[in-house]
Design a protein around this ligand. Sequence first.
Ligand code: 6PG
Length: 223
Amino acid sequence: MNLIEYPDRDMLAIDLANTLGDELTEALHHEDRATLVVPGGTTPGPIFDDLCAVDLAWDRVDVMLSDERWVPADHPRSNTKLVRDRLLKGPASAAQMVPLYQDADAPEAMVAALAPEIEAKLPISIALLGMGADMHTASLFPRGDNLRLALDPQAPVLVPMRAEGLPEQRITLSARVLRDAMKLHIVIMGDDKREAVERAHNLTPEEAPVRSVLDRAAIHWAP
Ligand SMILES: O=C(O)[C@H](O)[C@@H](O)[C@H](O)[C@H](O)COP(=O)(O)O
């Protein structure tokens, strides 16, 4: 396992933001535009705070979420809101956000409308993913109602997802889209997530969906 350990969460945020900035700069040497995928949830905020200040050609960067909770973009649980509030600031405000949400009761109604813009931005140049202690990544949840489809090598780019215990519906990039990223990083914090990622190695992607990207990813961990 390609595990990179940091002494604390601040160091992780600074170093990982610099790594992502360097990789974006490198990608922009070779391509007109680069696609950066980022997670939602509670972990990435401090990384975004550092990454948004990195000096690079943000006007040539497309930012996309790995997954979204199906709530309006001004809702406190919206990942879009998190990215707007913490990443698209300062120099990074020149980046273009690719939406994973549009007003509708359910994601099923919007998949067809959202997918073409996402397809146009693939493959992903750099993906940063989070992970839950239940070994989900993006919104690829163990026992998610559409997990089988989302793990399929022929899956559509976007898959709606529901799973027991989640307060809202989700929409997620499929595993094959995440796996095809040119660079792939997973960020985890705390002992429970480190144990979970180690456990995932011996499980199937159906049991531990993070397994579908694990062999391609650098895992960044702080206590
Ligand atoms: O919308 C989300 O929740 C995510 O994109 C999700 O995949 C997240 O990365 C993990 O659940 C970890 O979440 P935490 O960082 O909050 O632990």
